[in-house]
Ligand binder design. Structure first.
Ligand SMILES: [Zn+2]
Length: 481
């Protein structure tokens, strides 16, 4: 069965039909790096990590591209604030180096937070600043030649009304969209709906040479250019949060199509996250960073299970009570793994009895293929847990084989959902990091056929009470009870 996803562009569920199967190319809008990563970033990254995992599980070859916006008004603003605040720091008039330092720092925070959550890094992570000349300037030049854009005093704007398809993603006409558009001070647009492809340089700010004078690119052009550079002019899936449908993704489509490219086939958008029923914002004081969330819920899977209990397109509300519930739910998994280790020992496999059992693996896959219905997929995991406990308490070889099957299937499905990648016990971050580093070392040794080395690491970890099981989705580890 093919995976079906809701396509924002056609407003219908559609089978994912890759252009070059089994390859699938996915482009997702990544972070603008000017602040600590929050749980909204975590949800976005996790939604697409689960999509990637499911596609890999279905034997697709996935190329996952997620950009980093490292030049932007917000980064420049943040840098100015930090420069002014830091004692003894002289403003040299050249913000360039300071901006780079700020974006590097917050990108490192973003990586650290996602690594701690066990969310895979993208295959390709292009940075806007590394694709300005000639990638973005070439595309802007082409749009000028096509008559889709115009120059105005060192800026270049996209002429929205000259592009007949504009509004098709957000399903609104330019006249409907115009109501919310305005011309900011300093902008030289002919129409409030037009948007900047290139912004003339302001003194000291990061800037690049171009045929229109020094300046920097607009935000939208970076994603059109970088997605097509790494995935081709026509690619399979483009993703992001619902807040990006308009104007960001609408503008991406307009730019790409006006430049004569077919662009993305399917558009996948996830719902937004609120905190205690309100939009997250610093001024409301309800801004929850990934670090804070992990301090309150010390196993990354609690946050992941909380996310999984809501289908990705729905809004999700973060609240302490819901996290406590997710933690309680999750402990049912850890109880099953303990029960299993006590009764069956750490290294068994039970594939052979699969055909004799209610096909929960199939139910899991059907749920995932149905627009990533993770609440239903999670319900299957809990059915497996119940079945597994019963089997472990029953006598006989058949019951034992069933328990083994449940164990293998629970790991297979759970890991496809991004769970069970970081053990089943609450570990301090340093301990977790060390265990994961040792496991990564063992994986590398195994890949290089250094089996003695790999066995030595396994034995060392075992002496510390860490048990390892190898699964098709990676190494499953837990503390011996
Ligand atoms: Zn983007």
């Amino acid at each position: 069965m093919a995976l079906r996803l809701y396509n924002t562009l056609s407003r219908a569920l559609e089978d994912v039909q890759p252009r070059n199967p089994p390859k699938v190319g996915i482009y997702v809008c990544g972070p603008t790096v000017y602040d600590e990563p929050h749980i909204g970033h975590a949800r976005s990254a996790f939604v697409f990590d689960v999509l990637r995992r499911h596609l890999l599980y279905k034997k697709h070859e996935v190329t996952f591209v997620r950009n980093v916006t490292d030049v932007d008004d917000k980064i420049i603003e943040k840098t100015k604030q930090e420069v002014t605040k830091s004692p003894g720091h002289k403003v040299t008039g050249d913000l360039n180096a300071a901006c780079r330092e700020v974006s590097e720092r917050y990108l490192a925070s973003y990586h650290a937070a996602m690594d701690r959550l066990g969310i895979g890094r993208p295959d390709i992570e292009p940075r806007a600043t590394e694709h300005v000349v000639p990638d973005m300037t070439d595309c802007i030049a082409r749009l000028l030649v096509q008559g889709a854009a115009y120059e105005a005093g060192g800026d270049v704007y996209f002429a929205v009304r000259k592009w007949p398809g504009y509004g098709k993603l957000s399903n609104r006409t330019p006249d409907e969209l115009k109501a919310g558009a305005r011309v900011e001070p300093g902008e030289r647009k002919q129409d409030p709906l037009d948007f900047a492809l290139w912004k003339a340089a302001k003194p000291g700010e990061p800037s690049w040479e171009s045929p229109w004078g020094r300046g920097r690119p607009g935000w939208h052009i970076e994603c059109s250019v970088m997605s097509m550079k790494y995935l081709g002019d026509a690619f399979d899936l483009h993703g992001g949060g619902l807040d990006l449908v308009f104007p960001h993704h609408e503008n991406e489509i307009a730019q790409a199509e006006a430049a004569g490219k077919p662009f993305a086939r399917q558009w996948v958008h996830h719902g937004l996250l609120t905190v205690n029923g309100e939009k997250m914002s610093k001024s409301l004081g309800n801004f929850v960073t990934v670090e804070q969330a992990l301090a309150d819920a010390p196993h990354p899977d609690y946050l992941k299970l909380f996310f999984l209990k809501t289908q990705y397109r729905s809004p999700i509300d973060y609240a302490p009570a819901k996290m406590a519930e997710a933690r309680k739910n999750w402990q049912e998994f850890s109880r099953f793994f303990q029960h299993y280790d006590q009764r069956r020992g750490p290294a068994t496999s039970g594939r052979e009895v699969k055909s004799r059992l209610p096909n929960l693996l199939e139910a899991f896959n059907e749920a995932m293929d149905d627009d990533l219905n993770t609440p239903r997929a999670v319900a299957v995991l809990f059915e497996l847990v119940n079945l597994g406990h019963q089997a472990l308490e029953s006598p006989g070889a058949e019951a034992a084989a069933l328990a083994d099957y449940v164990h293998v299937t629970l790991l297979e499905c759970g890991m496809t959902l991004g769970l069970f990648l970081q053990g089943t016990s609450e570990e301090p971050p340093e301990a977790l990091e060390r265990i994961l580093a040792r496991i990564a070392e063992r994986d590398a040794a195994r890949k290089a056929k250094g089996f003695q080395r790999a066995d030595a690491i396994r034995r060392e970890l075992q002496q510390e009470g860490i048990l390892l099981s190898d699964t098709p989705n990676g190494t499953f580890w837990r503390r011996a009870q």
